[in-house]
Design a protein. Sequence first.
Length: 105
Amino acid sequence: MFSRLSCQYGWHSAYSCPPCDLIAMSTRQMLAADDRFQNQLKAIRTSRGLTQAALAEQVGVSRKTVNTVENGIFVPSVLLALRLARALDTTVEAIFGVDSPSMVQ
């Protein structure tokens, strides 16, 4: 008999809840499973002569947010990715990408 526990997805067994387990995984662990997330934010930012703080101010986020995106700890939302691309006068694809082994022929 499974014990019902509350979570944001309704209920799950006392042993495991795949949605909750997935959320608990770090972004790096999720991306490392199948795909490699490519992030050129730091290279593009420094080539434009911007500090993390200056870019953060232009985009409307904290410097720490820019830092965590650059270091691959945080994968930005679509909205943040678009704001970063606009602030750096480039495309989202130039900053971020996914190199998937399944896509390589």
